[in-house]
Design a protein around this ligand. Structure first.
Ligand code: HSC
Length: 700
């Protein structure tokens, strides 16, 4: 039964029970309609309480149903909007009793109720904009009538969740339970329904008239638009829709909201954002390992290496409430690491992101030591030392001798062979890669690297640890650069060749940034350090002497222009604002290099820049997929969306290639073969096969 029906003191309590999150798919909507009618038609029932039980109210419309398109079950009768209308028009009071998340269509259902009671576990939000749509079941019209236009704009346009306390201050709920002694939210809601029934009056949000001067409304709208960096259609449509709550009659506005929802639903942005949502959740599932595999609990962590990366990892653990020990070989290094951590927390307090109390609590969880025998108490040991095999060897031999028998031993290596590292221990089955991205405390991505001998339970435990510290874990196999950096190298190589041929650094970065990348490739290298790029290329020259690179980035790095940290790289940086500025010195270096090497320069379009860089990503992604380094194409997308500033509304490099159509991508790559450095463009066999048969990466 999807909706449980129970009567308490002449009040019908309807409990949604559609696991896992009471997604309001067609079956649940039908069940709700049936039970609502049952309650309305029963003369002995005085009021109705609508709840989702004690864990979750509802996460909104069933996003899985969206894929069926505009004729799919989401729009079938009863449409969620008409269910909300049914609740609101009831001849008896309907009270929502809310615990846990109450999102999207779930909150819209609650707005149709006459009263709202919540307990302190409740979280509210209209995250539709994150899926490229707008609240389409009356949310854009009822929310401003409840909490005002400004508050509604904030909530709807940001898509953010607010906790119960904030919801009270916004005026979103009528009664809140902070104390268990008061009973459950349902009990309180039953009382409220009885009170309303006996008063014979219960308010309907549709009846509220918002009085606001036109200029006040336009000021609010302009201010909101000004906060959007690169507004997507959904955000702008949300703003428009909220304004209709002031300017249009309720029913007319609902009709427009519905039409806007359908239009957005079919948009490329929404499809990509929905893909990103499911890709992230799919990434958490490990192929070949059942959900039942026992996982090792990680309750304390030791991090070896107190540099920037190690300190950032220690912060991640402390932020998740885990005690963590930061180790290094010298007391000085340990102290530097601890001071860096404290400074980071201090900066977060200053920016208002953290209270002093919370920061202190987290800092108290972190201790420092030079005594490696102390890692014996940790469930997980993470090595984050210098990227050098000899250094890793000595660290892993030490870890092996001190770590407890059940400990998980992890390396943060980004380029070295994890299997070789595992071979330095007597227990390679307990070794896994945990490749954090810098700054580790902020970046969401964590590549969880499965070595040849990594045991299933160790991999599953590492993925659970990723979730525990709020990261998006993606399983990767062992290869140089794993998923993300291996692909990035191809992307970067194209960016550099484009300079050889005629583009300027600013043109390359702008083309990709205008397309949606958070930062262009050259600006990214200025942030990461051009010295690091140089070191990698030097290593490549030894390992693969025939692998061609443009020499321009070497010239830039050899000038000491390492990027932001030296105030200059591909660009000059303002010492105060850190704003980049194109540098004529670099432009002439690029020109001279072309002339010296007799490379004919030509006009390169932004479209070509984007295509070359992105198809280089997708082509390498295809190799990675075929080699089994990534489990699925959507995992590759998740890596790029969470670790490389790939725009969510483009869905990731593999999704983007699928959308363009693999036959078209293949044809384009074949075209590149005729151009500069054309011999480097070897379409991956998987891409060729899929392209020739008209299939997609998603089908693999
Ligand atoms: C919406 O409501 C539109 C409305 O305006 C209505 C418009 C009218 C009708 C529309 C016609 C088009 N649906 O994240 P987790 C699954 S739009 C289906 O791992 P957590 C999820 O896939 C919706 N499935 O857990 C996963 O499944 P798996 C607006 C959903 O505790 C499982 O639940 N709502 C789902 O970390 C657990 O999820 C949102 O955007 C959904 N709505 O987080 C909410 N929500 O186990 C999106 C979750 O098989 N959801 N699932 O992998 C979230 O933000 C998070 O999932 C939660 C839970 C915070 C709910």
């Amino acid at each position: 039964m999807l909706v449980n029906y129970e009567v308490t003191e002449s009040v019908a309590v309807l409990t949604m029970q559609q696991a896992p999150v009471n997604g309001l798919g067609l079956p649940l909507r039908k069940a709700l309609r049936e039970m609502l009618h049952k309650a309305f038609d029963d003369a002995t029932i005085k009021g109705v309480v609508l709840t989702g039980g004690e864990k979750v109210f509802s996460a909104g419309a069933d996003i899985e149903e969206f894929e069926a398109g505009l004729d799919g079950p989401n729009f079938a009768d009863p449409y969620l909007g008409s269910l909300v209308d049914l609740v609101e028009a009831a001849g008896k009071p309907v009270v929502a009793a809310i615990s846990g998340v109450c999102l999207g269509g779930g909150l819209e259902l609650v707005l149709g109720c006459h009263y709202r009671v919540a307990d302190s576990s409740a979280r509210f939000g209209l995250p539709e904009v994150n899926l490229g749509i707008l609240p389409g079941a009356g949310g854009t019209q009822r929310l401003p009538r409840l909490i005002g236009v400004e508050g509604a704009l904030d909530l709807i346009v940001s898509g953010e969740m607010v906790d119960c306390e904030r919801a009270v201050s916004l005026g979103l709920i009528d009664r809140v339970l902070v104390d268990e002694a008061e009973g459950t939210a349902v009990k309180k809601a039953v009382q409220l329904a009885l009170e309303a029934a006996s008063s014979g009056h219960w308010p309907r949000l549709r009846d509220v008239v918002i009085r606001m001067q036109a200029n006040e409304l336009s000021q609010l709208i302009e201010a909101k638009i000004a906060t959007l960096r690169k507004p997507l259609p959904a955000a702008l449509q949300c703003i428009d829709a909220v304004s209709w709550s002031v300017t249009l009659p309720f029913e007319e506005a609902l009709g427009k909201e519905y039409a806007a929802l359908r239009e957005l639903m079919a948009s490329a942005e929404s499809q990509a954002l929905r893909h990103a949502f499911f890709a992230e959740r799919r990434a958490g599932k490990i192929q070949g390992i059942s959900r039942e595999v026992p996982v090792r609990a990680v309750t304390s962590v030791a991090v070896i290496g107190a540099g920037t990366m190690g300190s950032g990892i220690a912060m991640c653990c402390a932020n998740a409430g885990m005690p963590v020990m930061l180790l290094d070989t010298s007391e000085e290094a340990v102290q530097r690491g601890l001071q860096g951590l404290a400074a980071n927390y201090g900066a977060a307090i200053k920016r208002g992101r953290l209270t002093t109390e919370v920061a202190d609590r987290r800092l108290r969880l972190i201790s420092g030591s030079t005594d490696f025998s102390r890692i014996g108490s940790a469930d997980l040991v993470i090595e984050a030392v210098y990227e050098d095999m000899a250094v890793k060897e000595s660290v892993f031999r030490a870890i092996d001798s001190f770590a407890q028998p059940d400990a998980i031993l992890a390396s943060n290596t980004s380029t070295l062979d994890l299997d070789a590292i595992a071979g330095f221990t007597s227990r390679p089955q307990d070794v896994v890669g945990l490749h954090f991205f810098s700054p580790a405390n902020l970046m969401r991505l964590l590549e969880v690297v499965r070595g040849a001998k990594t045991r299933d339970e160790v991999l599953a435990s590492a993925m659970q640890f990723a979730r525990k510290i709020g990261k998006v874990g993606v399983v990767a196999g062992v290869c140089d650069g794993f998923i993300g950096n291996r692909m990035f190298e191809e992307y970067l190589r194209q960016a550099y060749f484009l300079l050889d041929e005629g583009a300027t650094p600013l043109q390359v970065d702008r083309a990709l940034e205008d397309w949606g990348m958070a930062m262009g490739p050259l600006a990214t290298m200025d942030l990461a350090g051009n010295d690091i790029g140089l070191a990698i290329r030097k290593r490549r020259k030894i390992e693969q002497p025939d692998r061609p690179y443009s020499a321009i980035p070497d010239l830039v790095a050899e000038m000491g222009r390492f990027g932001q940290k030296t105030g200059a790289g591909w660009y000059r940086y303002d010492p105060v604002t850190r704003k980049r500025q194109a540098d004529p010195e670099i432009d002439s270096l690029v020109l001279e290099y072309g002339a010296r090497n007799h490379i004919a320069r030509r006009e390169i379009s932004d479209e070509e820049i984007v295509a070359r860089c992105l198809f280089a990503l997708a082509n390498e992604g295809a190799l990675i997929l075929r080699e089994g380094i990534a489990q699925r194409a959507s995992d590759i997308d998740t890596v790029y969306l969470n670790g490389y500033g790939f725009p969510a509304h483009r869905g990731g490099p593999m999704f983007y290639a699928d959308k363009i159509g693999l036959p078209n991508v293949l044809a384009r790559i074949e075209g590149f073969q005729a151009g500069y450095m054309g011999e480097l463009w070897q379409p991956a066999s998987l891409l060729t096969e899929l392209g020739e048969t008209g299939q997609s990466f998603a089908s693999v």
